[in-house]
Design a protein around this ligand. Structure first.
Ligand SMILES: C[S@@+](CC[C@H](N)C(=O)[O-])C[C@H]1O[C@@H](n2cnc3c(N)ncnc32)[C@H](O)[C@@H]1O
Length: 180
């Protein structure tokens, strides 16, 4: 089993307890589409979308899906703060994998997640496990140490990319995210 298949299995276990139907699935902030393409191995009959606002990431994702001959996955360049109007109540399962801390406008994105979910649909949110109080991360050289370093040149700039952007990055931390 590949790493991405393992991630799908881990995400699916709690999601399955909340919803039985997995006919329409949205991978929000899908990047180059590794997770999105793995989803289709688990749900060959589902209608699966990968959405990212990066042209470069979306182009890569489309090319990889084409090379693998994948038919039931669509990759679209869209901003998660403003998803297509006709997606209201469309999805059984919305996945935000490694996205939340990158966002400049969390509130608008979560409103959109709520809007595009079916009644009884489920959202799975996975983010790096880092404490919000930085002292509590002492000794965690991997997730906190490497995560902070990468975040300061990647996630953080993305999160301040718009006027008034949150600017959280990985350092936002689990406790703050839970209260959000
Ligand atoms: C850390 S990457 C994770 C990519 C993918 N989920 C994965 O795990 O491989 C976060 C992705 O979210 C995208 N992103 C950030 N803000 C976004 C927004 N407002 N709308 C759509 N995509 C966004 C970025 O372009 C980036 O590809």
């Amino acid at each position: 089993m590949s790493d991405t298949d393992t991630v799908v299995t881990q995400l699916l276990e709690p999601a399955r307890k909340l919803t039985k139907s997995m006919v329409t699935i949205l991978d929000l902030g899908s990047g180059a589409g590794c997770l999105t393409r793995a989803l289709r191995r688990h749900f060959p009959d589902a209608e699966i979308y990968g959405v990212d606002y990066s042209e470069v990431a979306t182009t890569k994702a489309i090319a990889a899906a084409k090379a693998e001959g994948i038919k039931n996955v669509k990759f679209l360049k869209e901003d998660a703060t403003s998803l297509p109007a006709d997606w209201k109540g469309k999805f059984d399962w919305v996945i935000l994998y490694d996205l939340l801390h990158d966002l400049a406008d969390h509130v608008s994105v979560m409103k959109e997640v709520n809007r595009v979910l079916k009644d009884g649909g489920v959202a799975s949110i996975t983010d790096p496990e880092v404490h919000s109080n930085h002292r509590d991360n002492v000794g965690d050289s991997y997730v906190a140490g490497v995560g902070y370093a990468l975040s300061s040149v990647s996630c953080l700039p993305r999160s301040v990319a718009i006027e008034g952007g949150a600017g959280y990055g990985v350092g936002w931390g689990t406790e703050n995210k839970k209260s959000f």
